[in-house]
Design a protein around this ligand. Structure first.
Ligand code: OKP
Ligand code: ZN
Length: 345
């Protein structure tokens, strides 16, 4: 399988995040992509550099004000104090409920809060470059499918599925899966489905397509009553307006056994097949792995082969977009297992 890979993803390298009130080293690291690259190359998959510029398409997924902020955020942070080069900005105030989000404040941290859902998306000097490279990869992947590829793998980071039209969150800045789905629509696919198998609900992807019937979003994830992102991902979220019936959430309790996870995957696949998409985007989070340090599903490495086999049986041209997965040293094996499962059928 062709693997879209850009070294620019390494440019996103914040040092720490907050976890239970403490500063801890980031779980989402450049090393993750390196493990995936090594494993895919070792199994003979070909690395391809993204050739497309996603700039125009990005504006169909994200709001212009948000993109402008993201693109210049680090420069603005440095303009406040050159010593900020050694510091990471975090939001500390958010326009919840009765506060106004229609006026962009001048204050940098206030704007960061306006465009954030949490304090869990640390910015670094290269965040924009890395996330933009991921969007370029998503557009290139769509083009390769349009040219006849059966499967393409976007080796992108940071992840994207928590990023909404005008909001970053959960390590995510640009929603690469949404960019891929939008690019596939533009390539002539009438119906595109997104299947999100990350441990965490892809709130950004859901929100972006919530009122659309041309992009079905199906997600298997930890129950938001106890798991991040907490405020979206419940079973009663079915889409709205023209999109009513085109969003399916399958929340599962933390600790769900492997057999029950694959049962839910069958439910997801049945809905996907009824929709009959001309292309499929898989938000491939591998944090469902039993050894993941921040998640609580139980998949073993061999289960990722089974996942790949099942996805191939859908018989849809498929773009895989890397999302989460924080057991870094096993991430390469788990990603390559999905790809090999997909290709072995
Ligand atoms: C991103 B993706 C750890 C708290 C958890 C949110 C998790 C984001 C996961 N500091 N922060 O869906 O894998
Ligand atoms: Zn996740």
């Amino acid at each position: 399988m062709q693997v879209l890979y850009s070294a620019s993803q390494q440019a996103h390298a914040p040092a720490f995040e907050f976890f239970r009130g403490e500063r801890v080293p980031c779980f989402e690291t450049p090393a993750r992509a390196e493990f995936v690259r090594q494993a895919l190359q070792a199994r003979g998959h070909e690395l391809v550099a993204p050739q497309d510029d996603s700039s125009a398409l990005l504006l169909r997924v994200h709001h212009p004000g948000y993109l402008a902020f993201l693109q210049s955020a680090w420069k603005q942070w440095l303009a406040l104090d050159p010593a900020n080069a050694e510091r990471q900005p975090f939001p500390s105030v958010w326009p919840v409920r009765n506060l106004r989000s229609d006026v962009e404040p001048d204050n940098f941290i206030a704007r960061l809060g306006l465009y954030s859902m949490d304090n869990g998306s640390p910015l670094s000097a290269g965040t924009w470059v890395a996330a933009k490279a991921g969007a370029d990869a998503a557009v290139s992947a769509a083009r390769l499918l349009a040219q006849g590829a059966r499967g393409v793998f976007c080796l992108t980071r940071p992840p994207g599925h928590h990023a909404g039209a005008d909001v970053m969150g959960g390590y995510c800045f640009i929603n690469h899966a949404a960019v891929a789905a939008t690019a596939l629509r533009e390539c002539g696919c009438q119906r595109v489905a997104v299947l999100d198998v990350d441990y965490h609900h892809g709130n950004g992807t859901q929100s972006i397509f919530y009122e659309r019937a041309d992009v079905l979003v199906v997600s298997l994830h930890g129950d938001p009553r106890t798991e991040y992102p907490f405020y979206l991902g419940h079973a009663d979220e079915c889409g709205a307006g023209a999109g009513l019936g085109f969003n399916l959430n399958l929340p599962l309790p933390a600790g769900t056994p492997v057999a029950a996870w694959f049962d839910a995957l069958e439910t997801a696949c049945a809905r996907l097949q009824r929709f009959s998409p001309e292309a499929l985007v898989v938000s491939l989070g591998l944090d469902t792995f039993a050894g993941d340090p921040i998640c609580s599903f139980k998949l073993q490495s061999s289960d990722f082969v089974r996942l790949g086999v099942r996805l191939r049986r859908l018989q849809r041209p498929t773009v895989f977009v890397l999302e989460g997965g924080y057991a870094a040293s096993e991430l390469g094996t788990n990603a390559a297992n999905v790809v090999d499962g997909f290709e072995q059928v």
